[in-house]
Write a protein that binds this ligand. Sequence first.
Ligand code: PMP
Length: 368
Amino acid sequence: MFELDKFVSKSSKAGVLYPCNHFALGWKTPGLHRMMGNEMTVSPSPKVVEAVKAIADKLNWYPEDILTDDNLREHLADYVGLPGKANYITCGNGSMEIIDMLYESFINEGDEIIVSTPDYTLYTNRAKLYGAEVKGVYPKDQNFTYEPEDFTSLVGPKTKMILVSRPNNPDGHFVSRDLIKALLDTEVLVCIDEAYYEFGEDPIDAMIEEYPNLIISHTFSKAMGLAGIRLGWIVARPELIDAVNKVRQSCNVNLVAHTAAIAAIDDREYIKANVARIIADRQLFFDAMAAIPGLRPIPSASNFVMVDTLESGIKASDIQKHLLENGYLVRNWIDSRGLPGDRFFRVTIGTHEETVAVIELIQAFCQK
Ligand code: PMP
């Protein structure tokens, strides 16, 4: 009798599926407003679309590997304010893959990884594959802020990495530069996931020169409006990049992603205009939520706002359901991801019209 169990690896047994039902619902429901995954809800720049069409008849060829793809790496280095530093960059198939690449490069069984709680689910889920223990740090207050000691007090001999998103997903807060410096001074690897950094302030990429233990992760999925191409990249000192490249699969950046990425960076005005509009609508949404009795929006430096419904006595899942019934998909959590109860929902800021529609639906629901 074939005994599958004997063949399945430790990693596979430890693995947990990450359900992507919200993506599926978006694709399978024409007309649904997808305000759940923090994607851009408008199409990419027409210049990106043109460039992708123009490459279509070359898709028979393998792409260049990122190691020799100076054009893409130089574009990326330039984008984060490190012109000419192509050797400070490597790429992944989305920053989801970057998480695996970092763990595979630096984590051995029994190592510890410190993360803030809540934070991006995959930091914890993927750590299981590498036999690492994850230690969660809980926020100090209702606005999800942290003190450096909350993290540094947990650093011990087994700690390999501190991993924090900045701005944070899902609550939108933004850890300070001083907090990051305190983390770096512990001399463990510090990975700052700046998936949403265009919507915040004070980028820290230049700190790479000063700190050999700093890694910064970026993505095309948010402000760049290109979640579909699956391209993420990290910035770090070349010694760290070399270590990551040794575990990276060859040619992991496909030709469409390469082409779209270069065209997107060449049309930065398009990105800037979208970001400026989303920041204005984020404020509109925040103010509207704050004006509804019992709702408490959390200040956000990102392209989404999380709202706490506790004081209103309304279940976050009821608001989520009401929005879905009206064609707007947003996110809520029930006792998960370090968020207690059924009181938190999160709305990705979409177009102005989508944002206004969601505000009006929530206002009407809460008045009932
Ligand atoms: N990091 C954070 C903080 C995120 O919120 C997300 C996506 N929601 C990712 C990484 C993954 O992004 P990507 O599309 O680049 O894989």
